[in-house]
Design a binder for this molecule. Structure first.
Ligand code: BDR
Ligand code: CA
Length: 315
């Protein structure tokens, strides 16, 4: 069992990442740290709690984190994000609201303490802007350096971005935070658009879920179908959606699913290419890069594992 913390801005695919982690026999989800991104941080907390309640995992703690990018106290939700994830962030399918609240400890402190406590046994999977992680690293670098691995859904090395031609959504939300993390020397695995845009599910999968005929399976299939509609016409003829955030959990649990390129990265923080993840020229000739970028993935194997977990959690 791998110990995992999910750092999530809980929209639809973050919710699917939570469900996948909970349904997997290989994963021990020890907490969810919340952050703005697809939704405000408060909605992100609410959505994570609601998803946990839906599948009766009220034991998993949720911590509130950053409200906005580094150096700012305002977050503005992009119009496009409402279309992709719905007004409530989880597909407007009326998932019952949780009555629980976030823990009193802040997400940043939880990340620091968890790295101290679990060290190399811990994997942090960030499926969101990297503000919480950058704050934790700046506050307590020696503690965060004890982490086993940081798997990041974000960035695009060999393909174009999804917000600008250069930038992927999680990175462009806070390019400075992303730069801090990518240049930190921490052991990073980047699960970017290079692989997530190849990992698609379609109506075949939501139909299979519906066939399970449980209350949750319907709701979860409805939520995924909402996500399909937002990708209509964007996936070269395929009607479906990419599994961005679940794939990051998948690669954290099964690194053998991906082929990687070892290279130190940086993030551009200004100009037209703001938010671009790119090789760090100064370190090109140094040995042992700290980042592995996923460039190929066994998508059918992953989708099999993903569906297996979803079926477990929908019982
Ligand atoms: C990433 O951006 C968010 O909208 C998704 O939840 C995912 O983490 C994809 O670019
Ligand atoms: Ca996300």
């Amino acid at each position: 069992m791998k110990k995992i913390i999910l750092d999530a801005d809980t929209g639809i695919d973050d919710a699917l990442a939570i469900l996948y982690a909970l349904g997997s026999n290989e994963c021990e989800l020890i907490g969810i740290t919340s952050i703005y991104g697809n939704v405000s941080v408060d909605t992100s907390v609410e959505n994570s709690l609601s998803i946990l309640d839906l599948v009766e995992h009220q034991n998993i703690p949720v911590y509130k984190g950053s409200e906005a990018k580094l150096g700012s106290d305002t977050y503005e939700r992009r119009e496009i994000t409402k279309k992709i994830h719905g007004h409530d962030g989880i597909g407007d399918v009326h998932i019952p609201k949780s009555t629980r609240s976030a823990e009193s400890k802040n997400a940043v402190d939880f990340l620091i303490e968890a790295c101290e406590e679990h060290g190399s046994e811990l994997t942090i999977v960030a499926t969101s802007p990297l503000t919480n992680l950058a704050k934790a690293f700046t506050k307590a670098p020696e503690s965060i350096k004890k982490v086993g691995k940081i798997v990041i859904m974000g960035g695009a090395l060999t393909v174009t971005g999804n917000v600008t031609p250069y930038a992927e959504a999680n990175i462009i939300e806070d390019p400075n935070a992303a730069k801090t993390i990518f240049e930190s020397g921490l052991p990073i695995v980047m699960v970017g658009l290079d692989v997530t845009m190849r990992t698609l599910i379609t109506l075949n999968e939501t139909k299979a879920l519906r066939k399970l005929n449980t209350k949750n399976s319907e709701l979860i299939a409805d939520m995924i179908d909402f996500y399909f509609r937002s990708y209509e016409g964007r996936l070269s003829g395929v009607y479906g959606c990419p599994l961005h955030d679940p794939l990051a959990v998948g690669i954290a649990l099964h690194p053998e699913l991906a082929s990687t390129l070892a290279i130190d990265l940086t993030v551009e923080t200004s100009g037209a290419s703001k938010g671009r993840t790119i090789g760090l020229m100064d370190k090109l000739n140094e040995g042992s890069p700290s980042t592995e970028v996923c460039v190929q993935v066994d998508e059918s194997k992953f989708i099999e594992l993903f569906m297996e977990s979803l079926k477990n959690i929908c019982k």
